[in-house]
Design a protein around this ligand. Structure first.
Ligand SMILES: C[S@@+](CC[C@H](N)C(=O)[O-])C[C@H]1O[C@@H](n2cnc3c(N)ncnc32)[C@H](O)[C@@H]1O
Length: 439
């Protein structure tokens, strides 16, 4: 529970509010120090920092550097958390089939770009390219948007093996390029807006939840009784940080809290992810201008979450988000309802639907059965079944993750005829949740 203990820290507010809609970093900056000591020193000099600033600094440091404790990665079994494509090839294969099928339904002929934003270890892009290669798709090039040098190197290894890549120059929009073993061109960028404007299939899986959020808390019954959450040093426990509430409304609470949230007394806590909104708006502009489709899958909700979701993972365990700043993952649920509201006038938006419904509609059961039939190794069979359970069951990723797809309005007629895109079929008729499955 955040404390209201502002003391003499008001001067920090002016600095905190200097940027109301911070853009993503233009290039990998040397990460700001994100140790407990660095935060305490900063807070002692200039006062508590917003949760947004805290997350931004911690995540910048986390994704920029190799971790201590002898870790060489942050994802996968040896890292802090595992993602669906890391769990099983089934996930990326189904996304690959989705990309291929939706591309075919747009009627686009010729070259196109597969863009993945926040590609982690590169395993999802590798699985998707594997499917496209299987279907003999020749016109694709891969474009990855990544802030972390460490993960960029990992992605290059995953996708290009020993092929020798080259760095970009001041004259190129990309920072690095290489080729996969099958000869597909791969390019890396720091920001989505640097990727050339061309027909694209855009994927963002577990990307938006890795962006910083603002947090606001209701402190009374009236519409003006909201405070912003900050991070402060804990005067009672040396070496610890704690949450604190601003003494009054802040510019961020005034500018970012939707009137409907203020008016609903059942909502006590609210998070706003400004950068996620910025990403979805950029994606919508790009798809409208140059054509293509977008698919976002992430931890999230349809706009009905009434409590904070900020949490941390360390060595696959939930951890206190204020411990080990910069050395453990920080994540917050994505408000898909808000993202949809930003672009639905200009785009055809489908979802959010649960990951289990999405994968179920794409035929994950059939894929599991086929893989099990062809697998004689008992340990691998167990791994497949376990991955399926984690990705599909209601108390794990199946319900916590949601999928949402974005299409230009020019495709509305054909999408209506199809009853919605694959995986979302039926969503257009109002179905958002159905059976959740497990083996
Ligand atoms: C949880 S991982 C994504 C995992 C991956 N998509 C998968 O399916 O396994 C988050 C990714 O987003 C990247 N990232 C975080 N903030 C970013 C930003 N502002 N711009 C671009 N990439 C970012 C991280 O470096 C990392 O590659």
């Amino acid at each position: 529970m955040p404390e209201d203990c502002w003391g003499g820290y008001r001067s920090c507010l002016a600095r905190s509010f200097a940027r109301s809609s911070p853009p993503p970093p233009p290039a990998q900056q040397p990460p700001q120090a994100a140790s407990h000591l660095a935060f305490s020193d900063k807070i002692k000099v200039s006062g508590p920092i917003s949760v947004f600033q805290y997350m931004q600094t911690c995540l910048g440091a986390y994704y920029a550097s190799k971790l201590n404790e002898g870790k060489t990665t942050i994802l996968g079994e040896k890292g802090d958390f595992i993602t669906s494509p890391e769990l099983s090839q089934m996930f990326g294969e189904l996304i690959g089939v989705w990309c291929y099928y939706e591309l075919a339904n747009t009627g686009h002929k010729g070259n196109w770009q597969l863009i993945e934003v926040g590609p982690g270890t590169g395993v999802l892009s590798r699985q998707v390219l594997g499917v496209l290669h299987h279907f003999r798709e020749k016109g694709v090039s891969l474009h990855l948007v990544e802030v972390s040098d460490m993960l960029m190197a990992e992605q290059e290894k995953t996708l290009c093996g020993d092929n020798k890549g080259t760095d970009g120059t001041d004259a190129t929009p990309y920072v690095r390029r290489n080729k996969t073993a099958n000869g597909t061109d791969v390019y890396w960028y720091r920001q989505l807006k640097q990727v050339p404007s061309d027909f694209s299939v855009i994927l963002a899986h577990e990307f938006l939840d890795a962006l910083p959020v603002y947090q606001f808390k209701r402190v009374g019954p009236t519409e003006g009784d909201w405070r912003e959450v900050f991070v402060d040093v804990d005067p009672d426990h040396s070496g610890k940080l704690r949450f604190a509430l601003s003494p009054n409304e802040t510019l961020h609470s005034k500018g970012l809290l939707p009137p409907a949230v203020r008016a609903d007394p059942s909502i006590e806590e609210w998070e706003v992810n400004v950068d996620a909104g910025d990403f979805v708006s950029q994606m919508a502009d790009r798809l409208t201008e140059s054509g293509g489709v977008g698919l976002v899958i992430d931890y999230g909700h349809a706009g009905d979450r009434k409590r904070f979701s900020l949490r941390s993972y360390h060595n696959h365990q939930l951890a206190d988000p204020l411990d080990n700043p910069g050395q453990q993952d920080l994540t917050a649920d994505v408000d898909f309802g808000h993202l949809k509201s930003l672009v639905e006038e200009d785009m055809c938006v489908y979802g959010p639907i649960s990951q289990s419904d999405f994968l179920n509609n794409l035929g994950i059961h059939l894929r599991l059965m086929k893989l099990l039939r062809n697998c004689t190794d008992e340990q691998q069979r167990e791994q497949l079944k376990n991955a399926f359970r984690i990705m599909m069951s209601a108390d794990e990723m199946g319900a916590r993750f949601k999928a949402m797809a974005f299409f230009p309005k020019s495709l509305k007629e054909i999408l209506d005829l199809r009853g919605g895109p694959s995986g979302f079929a039926g969503d257009a008729k109002g179905r958002t949740q159905s059976k959740s499955t497990s083996t």
